[in-house]
Design a binder for this molecule. Structure first.
Ligand SMILES: [Zn+2]
Length: 157
């Protein structure tokens, strides 16, 4: 099933490829936190409706919360989707970029498996991958001193 989700993700990314924007546009705000390389190799797409996999196999397998979520953003590999109307929220971009780093460090298979397991076991609000992303976007929003987010994520994953 993880493979099936990854194939769906690859198809979806291809479908939206022409609409993606480089996160290099966020360099002025985020370079000190993420570094230029991360931003130049990450992308976002503003959409009217966030694309999510909805296979039958996900139903009733503890993933209902994931299926029913209506998030303002979601990250697939090095690209995140943002619900139109939220594209000017820096904290949301920051949050999704933390997920981009998690995807990179865990690999696609590892991220998908762990993310779904965490949602099933802890619920969305307490899923450790989410908790980390929320803690870091709050850190940014609070205007606290710059720290390397790639270093932080690789140490705390
Ligand atoms: Zn998140």
């Amino acid at each position: 099933m993880i493979d099936k989700i990854e194939q769906w993700i690859d198809r979806t990314l291809k479908e939206y490829d022409h609409l993606k924007v480089s996160c290099a546009v966020l360099l002025p705000e985020f370079q000190a936190f993420f570094g230029a390389e991360v931003l130049e190799n990450s992308y976002f797409v503003v959409v009217d409706s966030i694309p999510k996999p909805d296979f039958d196999e996900l139903t009733g397998a503890g993933y209902d919360e994931f299926l029913n979520m209506k998030p303002a953003g979601i990250t697939y590999k090095n690209t995140y989707f943002i619900q139109r109307g939220f594209e000017n929220r820096f904290a949301l971009h920051f949050h999704e970029l933390v997920h981009v780093l998690q995807w990179q460090l865990l690999g696609a298979f590892g991220f998908i498996q762990r993310y779904l397991d965490e949602i099933a076991e802890y619920g969305y609000d307490k899923a450790p991958l989410e908790v980390m992303a929320y803690e870091l976007d709050s850190y940014f929003s609070a205007g606290l001193p710059v720290k390397s987010i790639p270093d932080y994520v690789s140490k705390h994953l």
